[in-house]
Design a protein around this ligand. Structure first.
Ligand SMILES: *[C@@H]1O[C@H](CO)[C@@H](O)[C@H](O)[C@H]1NC(C)=O
Ligand SMILES: *[C@@H]1O[C@H](CO)[C@@H](O)[C@H](O)[C@H]1NC(C)=O
Ligand SMILES: *[C@@H]1O[C@H](CO)[C@@H](O)[C@H](O)[C@H]1NC(C)=O
Ligand SMILES: *[C@@H]1O[C@H](CO)[C@@H](O)[C@H](O)[C@H]1NC(C)=O
Ligand SMILES: *[C@@H]1O[C@H](CO)[C@@H](O)[C@H](O)[C@H]1NC(C)=O
Ligand SMILES: *[C@@H]1O[C@H](CO)[C@@H](O)[C@H](O)[C@H]1NC(C)=O
Length: 651
């Protein structure tokens, strides 16, 4: 049967003499040759037991690669590695927060945000097609994805009592505006129009939302329809959570799970007997959060479930095929009502996936090739597996300069300084053209303060999420090294915590700085629950100074002091790495440092933290250049004298 299919196809090919010959790998059609032979007449459709694309049966072998987690210079490499393993499709989420970084200011590769080069999603879809892959789009608006605020723009939080993922008029209005910009860009890229996109997801795991509003889900579908999105639409949930409760009448349901495929797929099939099965998220590994151990999943365990899914039979999307990196301040957070109430994602999104964070083949990748071969009845021509990048362990590089927090603050543009009688949430600051501060650190400063003897500082309510206290530039809070500390002063777990300041803090004309870091959005960030009190009296008249670590700012910093000088407070440390010849992929080994972020040539490669499990930060070669490279490390607690590199990740 399979052979007949191939022969049939070859008969359609122009060179008939070739078609007679034994079928060798070179003569096989590409995915596009196979599915578009004879012209494009129909999109992805469903029969009870199979998908069809352009009227031919198709099992979708898809893998997730998020373009916003991979340097654009490496998109093609990662996509080719997906295709080389036999997959015929790539799946990606689309993060609203990157594409509308400020209200009404969209960025699809043409903005001036640091992420802008990552945001030409049209280009990504086109490269996928050039690499012989179909594309599955999951545009949310909520995407979860262990991404900041589940992909929602943090400026939404400016609205008081905002309710997300339901019929909140402000939320709906903003979603409509965004989707009316996004979907027209994708409509022309659909398979039926000669493009790569075969399917679109509506929302994401809506079954988990407690206050469901199906009018909201209908509205997402309506916005797709009205913008020319005619491709197959689907929702996705774990079938056993609540059956069809995350779905929409008339819209295909797909399944998310890591194990228990019989139970999940039987349930899905019973809910939807007239549709083929599709596992939208088969969890190949898992994500990591700070203070946890690194998660892995054995290849044997992975393979057993993958084979079970395919044998069922079902189409599949590997979540993730290649995880990539949470660059910048884009890691997500999870919240719950009991301790630990907040847990935040590490910078690496390696996920223990078939392709590692740095694009290396793993045993999962290698084993997957044979499984797809076995279960895909459509034999197509695969590219050679691209060579892996060589990883470089650059030499230890001395820290050569620093800027104190005070110097950093002094170089923040005065238009970003906010003067406020009371402390307030960062998202509410009247900066960034009315969108507030949506990521990073901020200093709450009160200068000219008279500090009484035996001073006690009290933060009413909670800190969102972490505070470092300084008096006249000297740090007064201990480094955060254990999760237990997060119940104490300066962290998110408990309200109304106090800090006893030493006697050297007392006296007139003092400057109190509270440096606050938001660790991942669920709600607003900063100090805003209540006042900050000094020995019982509320402190008023603050200056709030955002430290967003944007490229445009970081690249212009000046006034570097010699290394090792300055007060023992948070500071920015600089090292110059000389790269001889072509830059190579490398990892910054932050093992001996405390907590902070690293910028490579002014691009924020993400957070590091001694709490682990992650110890190294991936630096893809395209972020480096031949010659001089500037590495900036904003360290809150314990700076070191050198910066070390590694040629292997420590996750
Ligand atoms: C297409 O799939 C259906 C359902 O599995 C099957 O009955 C049919 O034989 C398949 N057609 C071809 C040409 O393989
Ligand atoms: C995005 O990529 C497409 C396709 O390569 C290109 O035509 C377009 O100019 C790009 N957009 C931007 C803003 O660079
Ligand atoms: C959903 O929102 C619509 C529009 O406001 C409203 O009419 C409807 O009652 C809501 N449904 C539920 C279940 O809350
Ligand atoms: C996977 O296969 C490649 C190419 O055959 C090989 O270089 C690599 O060592 C293999 N990796 C693992 C982890 O098996
Ligand atoms: C600021 O927002 C307004 C209103 O949305 C817009 O007209 C203006 O172009 C924006 N300015 C910048 C610098 O983005
Ligand atoms: C307070 O300290 C600042 C700098 O720390 C100084 O410029 C200012 O003159 C001082 N004011 C008084 C009243 O001492």
């Amino acid at each position: 049967m399979l052979r007949n299919l191939c022969l049939l196809l070859f008969c359609l090919l122009p060179d008939a003499s070739q078609a007679q010959a034994e079928t060798t790998a070179d003569e096989l059609p590409t995915v596009y040759e196979y599915f578009t032979a004879g012209g494009i007449h129909s999109a992805l459709t469903t029969l009870p037991d199979t998908f069809q694309l352009n009227g031919r049966n198709i099992t979708i072998f898809s893998g997730a690669i998020h373009y916003f987690r991979v340097h654009p210079g490496l998109w093609r490499d990662r996509l080719r590695k997906l295709r080389a393993a036999g997959f015929n499709a790539v799946e990606t989420y689309i993060p609203w927060n990157l594409h509308e970084p400020q209200m009404d200011r969209y960025d699809f590769g043409d903005g001036d945000e640091d992420f802008s080069p990552f945001l030409n999603v049209t280009r990504y879809v086109q490269i996928a097609q050039e690499e012989d892959l179909l594309v599955v789009i999951r545009s949310g608006p909520f995407i979860a994805a262990e991404w900041d605020y589940g992909g929602l723009p943090a400026w939404l939080l400016r609205k008081r009592d905002l309710q997300i993922r339901t019929w909140d008029p402000f939320y709906i209005e903003r979603m409509r505006k965004y989707f009316n910009v996004l979907f027209p860009k994708l409509a022309g890229l659909q398979f039926e129009k000669g493009g790569a996109i075969i399917a679109f997801q509506i929302e994401n795991e809506y079954a988990y939302v407690s206050a469901k509003n199906y009018t909201y889900l209908e509205e997402i579908k309506r916005l797709m329809d009205s913008n020319g999105i005619s491709a197959l639409k689907f929702t996705t949930d774990t079938p056993t959570v609540c059956g069809r409760c995350g779905g929409l009448e008339g819209v295909m349901m797909t399944a998310n799970f890591g194990s228990g495929y019989q139970t999940q797929l039987n349930k899905l099939k019973s809910l939807q007997p007239d549709k083929p099965c599709w596992v939208m998220e088969f969890w190949t590994g898992w994500f990591d959060q700070w203070f946890e151990a690194h998660h892995t999943r054995t290849t044997a365990d992975y393979l057993e479930t993958l084979e079970g899914i395919l044998k069922f039979p079902s189409s599949v999307n590997l979540y993730m095929f290649h995880g990539g990196t949470n660059f910048g301040f884009m890691n997500g957070a999870t919240t719950k009502s009991s301790y630990p109430t907040l847990a935040t994602m590490v910078t690496s999104y390696d996920y223990d996936a078939p392709l590692s964070e740095a694009g290396d083949y793993t045993s999962k990748y290698n084993a997957t090739i044979a499984v797809i071969q076995k279960y895909d009845p459509v034999k197509t021509r695969r590219p050679e597996m691209p060579r892996q990048s060589v990883k470089e362990r650059y030499p230890d590089t001395a820290i050569s300069g620093l800027l104190t927090l005070d110097q950093l603050v002094a170089q923040v543009d005065s238009s970003l300084w906010v003067r406020s009688k009371e402390v307030m949430a960062l998202e509410l600051l009247d900066i960034n053209n009315g969108s507030g501060q949506t990521g990073g650190f901020a200093v709450y400063r009160r200068s000219g303060l008279v500090v009484p003897a035996s001073p006690v500082l009290k933060i009413q309510g909670r800190v969102h999420d972490l505070a470092v206290v300084m008096v006249d530039g000297v740090r007064k809070t201990a480094p955060l090294t254990s999760r237990e500390q997060t119940k104490g002063f300066g962290y998110w777990e408990s309200s109304d915590q106090e800090l006893r300041l030493d006697s050297s803090s007392a006296g007139g004309n003092r400057t109190l700085d509270i440096l606050v870091e938001g660790l991942g959005h669920g709600g607003r960030k900063g100090l805003y629950d209540g006042p900050v009190l000094l020995s019982g009296a509320a402190i008023q008249d603050w200056e709030i100074i955002p430290l967003e670590f944007k490229r445009s700012w970081a690249s212009k910093l000046q006034g570097w002091l010699p290394a090792g000088t300055g007060a023992p407070g948070p500071a920015l440390h600089r090292a110059i790495l000389e790269v001889a010849g072509q830059p190579r992929d490398t990892f910054l080994d932050m093992t001996s440092w405390g907590k902070g972020v690293v910028l490579v040539n002014s691009f924020n490669v993400g957070r590091y933290f001694s709490a682990g499990p992650q110890r190294t930060c991936y630096v893809p070669a395209p972020l480096l250049r031949a010659g001089r490279n500037e590495i900036l490390i904003f360290e809150l607690y314990t700076p070191q004298k050198t910066i070390r590199f590694s040629d292997v990740p420590k996750l």
